[in-house]
Every structure is written in C-alpha cells, then in structure tokens.
Design a protein around this ligand. Structure first.
Ligand SMILES: [Zn+2]
Length: 437
C-alpha cells in the first residue's frame, strides 16, 4: 500500500525543534516582537530591525541557513537548512487542543519526494515551486521529513532548475505504456467504473476507492487507498502512484495524495468506444498487459481436462474437488459446466476458460440435462468428448478478459461464436490490400 503520507503528530514535531535553537523561547519571541515594532515604527525592513535589536542586546542573529542542493541529500537530524522543492501534495489537519491548523504533504524535486509538515501559516498551492529557508530535517516513521516552523521562511521561487515538472509541464503517458513496477504514473484517462469499498488494514476498516480507467491504448483496474472524488464517465489526469501485477493483470494503485485534475470531456474517446472489446492478437496481449476485453479470432486446438460437468460450492461458486470447497470445506454444492481449451490465432496460444451459460450454449443443452444424461451413462468424459468434437479444429471468435501469469495467457471468455466476424475480416483484408498495392 502506498502510505507515504501520514499526518505527523505535533508533539513529535515540536519536540524536535527546541534543541536546535540557541536562544530560549522567551528571548526569541521578545526579539521578534521588538523587531516587528521597530520595523513598523521606523519603516525599515524586518531583517534590518532584527539586526539592530540583536546589536543592542549583544545577541547574535540566527546562523545563516545552509543551502542543500537536492532532496535526496537531506539527512535526518540536520537543522537550519534551505532547499528548493515543488509542493506536490498539501493537506491540513487540526492541532491538538485547539492549537489551530498544521499542514503536511509531499515536496518533490527531480531526485525524490519527501514528506513535510508545517507548523505555521502555509499559504501555498500544489504545484508551487518553493524556496524553504531555516527548516529542519528529522526522521519520522522511518522516513526523512522536512519540518517547517515559525522560524522558517517559505517563499515562491522562479528558480525551477532540477524541480519536478508542474502539472502543466511534461507529457502524460498512456495506459498501454505501463508495465509492472511503473512508478510516478502520469496519465490521462476516462473513468469507466468507480465504487467505494472498505478493506481491513491492521484490524481496522479503511475506506478505499476501486474502479477501472481507460484510454485509447488500453484499460486498467485501479485502487485508490482512500476516498477520492472520481466520477464515472469523466476524464482526469492523474499523477502519482504505481503499477503492480495483480494475479496476472496490471493494477494502478495510488493514494488520495495523487494529483488529480478533471479534463474536458472531448480529451478521450467516449465511454462506449472505450468499453468495446479491442480486436487483438494473442502476441499483443502477451507484450502489453493493460487490455480490457479483447476480441480474438483463432482455432480451438484442444479441449482440456477439467472441462465438462463439475461441482461448484453453493456458497461461493468455487470449483469443488472431492466434495470440498477450497474455502468452505464440505458443502452441498451444485452442478456446473466448465470449458478449458487451447486457443491459437497464429501469433500465439492461450488457455480459454468459459463457464455456465456459454458452455450450455456450445453444447446445446442445459446443465440439468447434462446431469441427467450422466446419471444414466456414468461416464463424465463423455461431456468432454462432446465439447472436443464440437470445438476442436474449428475457427472461433471469442470476446473476453485476458490475464497473464507464469503459465502464459488465459482468457476468461464472455462471448464465443463460431467462425469469424465477416466485417472485421473484410477490414483486415482491406488494410492488407492497402499495404500490398
Ligand atoms: Zn465455497
């Protein structure tokens, strides 16, 4: 889980500060107030006023802040440093006992991103390039964190060299380009499905958002590890998160701290187009793993064992072995029909899996009829043979969801029809002719 952003409890933050300042709290506040008064009365800059207050008291102003080149060079326990960074995410929360707000989020540059907390006014926006002066660095929850307090000075800077591009810079990628372990994703997509859910994390419930996004190049399921305001059939640019292989299909994971901006509706193809199965070749499915449903045309080479009449758990629908559900143990179970077959389209082969009504349709009979027949013949392999003679060596068009694992490609079939779609075949031939002429 991408849990990079946790609100920092303030006791810890404030505890980390006291040691670093030579002056006591009172003398500091005293000097600050006097400098403000002087600046106001004399019309001089605050710096000048502070210098004069220090001079009159014989104290030394705070040591100049040391400039650090990049975020990856920060080390916990350093104090009074300056650094440039872009504000990547920003959240606020209430301090304990009505102490007002504090702010937290992520700062980024071209080397890394680092969490921060700000225990002072922090009037900036996500995307701002900031110069942070007189800030401290601590280790918090095993991560390096920048602490901004009321002795720090934060301002916008025009010096953008080495900072991560802002939302308007950079070119978003496509879903088709994503591979397992892709990080810091930047894509434009349309939300095909979205729903709130709950998972149990460390014994407490956590609200998450799940769904499916698509662009012209592919489709991908996503999980956002928190509530997030995405609406079905709207277009967004999402920056942040990472891609993980989830049971052979890629999944986009991000957290509510990701940058999400709504896009005009005409930026991506309409929902109906994105939901349509993509005519594909098995070799393509193997090299690119971000497909939604595909349409494949090829031959069934072999109907495999495990096809035919099976028993399913009546609670969860899982296939039972020797009267046992792998999850529920011994249950009543019910008869079901299943197909496992090798399918080849000339570019590669895949295992296709079909269940229930699709297999009934292929056999031309209901599961209840098959059960009755078997009670008489007592030969379960007869159903497999029937499927083999019906399917093997013939051309089929299938529509289904592909997934890839160490055993290869498998396709969970949603529709299966004999022969090829003539219209598609014609368009293939036309494009071939175009190449030949
Ligand atoms: Zn079960």
């Amino acid at each position: 889980m991408d849990n990079e952003e946790k609100a920092a409890p303030e006791e810890a933050a404030e505890g980390a500060l006291g040691e670093t300042i030579e002056m006591t709290e009172e003398s500091y506040d005293d000097i600050k107030n006097e400098a403000h008064r002087l600046a106001r009365e004399l019309g001089v800059s605050l710096e000048e006023a502070a210098r004069s207050v220090h001079a009159s008291r014989g104290t030394s102003p705070q040591a100049p802040s040391r400039m650090i080149g990049s975020l990856k060079d920060l080390s916990p326990g350093t104090v009074n440093i300056s650094i440039r960074a872009r504000l990547v995410t920003l959240h606020d929360a209430e301090r304990n006992e009505g102490g007002g707000k504090y702010y937290y989020g992520m700062l980024g540059d071209s080397t890394t991103t680092v969490p921060f907390s700000a225990w002072t006014e922090f009037d900036f926006n996500v995307g701002d390039a900031l110069l942070l002066q007189n800030v401290n660095v601590r280790e918090w929850k095993e991560r390096t964190e920048i602490v901004i307090n009321d002795r720090s000075r934060t301002s916008r800077t025009d010096d953008l060299d080495g900072l991560v591009p802002s939302l308007d810079d950079g070119v978003p990628g496509t879903i088709g380009e994503l591979v397992p372990e892709s990080r810091r994703i930047d894509i434009e997509c349309r939300v095909l499905e979205v729903q709130r859910g709950e998972v149990i994390v460390k014994e407490s419930p956590k609200e998450i958002t799940r769904g499916c996004i698509a662009d012209r190049t592919g489709r991908m399921d996503f999980t956002c590890w928190g509530p997030v305001d995405l609406i079905r059939d709207r277009c967004y640019r999402i920056i942040g998160g990472y891609v993980k292989d989830h049971r052979g299909a890629l999944r986009f994971n991000f957290d509510p701290g990701a940058i999400i901006r709504e896009l005009p509706d005409d930026r991506l193809p309409p929902l109906e187009d994105l939901q349509r199965p993509l005519p594909s070749r098995i070799a393509e499915v193997n090299s690119r793993r971000s497909f939604g449903p595909v349409m494949l045309r090829g031959m069934v080479l072999d109907v495999r064992g495990g096809s035919g009449l099976i028993r399913r758990c009546s609670d969860c629908g899982r296939r039972m072995a020797k009267g046992q559900c792998p999850v529920h143990g011994r249950t009543k179970g019910e008869d079901g029909l299943s197909l496992r077959a090798i399918f080849d389209d000339g570019s590669g082969s895949a295992i296709i899996r079909a269940e229930g009504p699709i297999v009934e349709h292929l056999l031309g009979k209901r599961v209840s009829e098959v059960s009755e027949e078997l009670k008489e013949s007592l030969d379960p392999s007869s159903v497999t043979s029937e499927l083999s003679s019906r399917l093997n060596g013939r051309p089929w068009t299938i529509i289904g969801d592909p997934s890839v694992d160490e055993y290869g490609i498998s396709v969970s079939v949603k529709e299966m029809s004999e022969g090829f779609d003539i219209e598609l075949l014609n368009s293939d031939i036309t494009s071939l002719m175009g190449v030949l002429i």
